[in-house]
Design a protein around this ligand. Structure first.
Ligand SMILES: *[C@@H]1O[C@H](CO)[C@@H](O)[C@H](O)[C@H]1NC(C)=O
Length: 183
């Protein structure tokens, strides 16, 4: 079957119009509202771009309300603190430098405290005690900050540990903003 050239132009235009329309409406409005909530929360954290990336990388954050985002950020912080605690254990095993060893051991204690604090924060979020969520998240952040602060003079903090400390502080900062808003 042959189309005249004008019919072809009309068909192509219709197809184009249809695909543009479906592109425009592919994202339901609900998602746009989530983006607003994530953007609003993240703008108040210590690392907004990291915050947006972290919350959006988690598939269940689609449709999550403030409390759901609190849950997600606590989960992310727990996973991060646990991974860093393992990193610190391996750093302890790898070094012969007594000064580094001592610093890593302090970090290890700080991180086990932080992991405990985050576990408690999760319980308080579930029971709706948002003030206590805030206090525990702040203590967990202090643990990473104290670990990082232990490397004021040489020997230098390994880049991997420095990055991990920053990451936990960034994640705890999200929990702080959310628990403040929920309180
Ligand atoms: C971190 O660990 C060291 C060594 O146990 C301790 O002196 C310090 O108080 C801890 N800091 C925090 C915030 O837990």
């Amino acid at each position: 079957m042959a189309f005249s050239s004008s019919t072809r132009v009309i068909l192509v235009s219709l197809l184009l119009a249809f695909s543009l329309t479906s592109l425009t409406f592919a994202r339901p409005n609900v998602r746009a509202q989530d983006d607003d909530l994530i953007g609003e929360v993240c703008s108040k954290t210590r690392n907004p771009s990291f915050c947006v990336q972290a919350l959006k990388s988690d598939p269940p954050s689609g449709g999550a309300d403030l409390r759901g985002l609190g849950q997600i950020s606590i989960d992310l912080a727990q996973a991060s603190a646990t991974a860093t605690s393992s990193l610190i254990d391996s750093l302890i095993k790898q070094t012969n430098d007594p000064k580094l060893r001592e610093r890593y051991k302090s970090c290890s204690e700080n991180y086990s405290d932080s992991i405990g604090d985050l576990g408690e924060a999760k319980g308080f979020l579930n029971s709706g005690d948002y003030g206590s969520v805030n206090i525990r998240a702040s203590a967990a952040l202090d643990g990473a900050d104290t670990c990082d602060g232990g490397f004021a003079g040489p020997p230098a903090e390994p880049a991997e540990l420095k990055q991990a400390n920053q990451k936990l502080e960034d994640l705890c900062s999200i929990i702080l903003v959310i628990s403040n808003r929920l309180a």
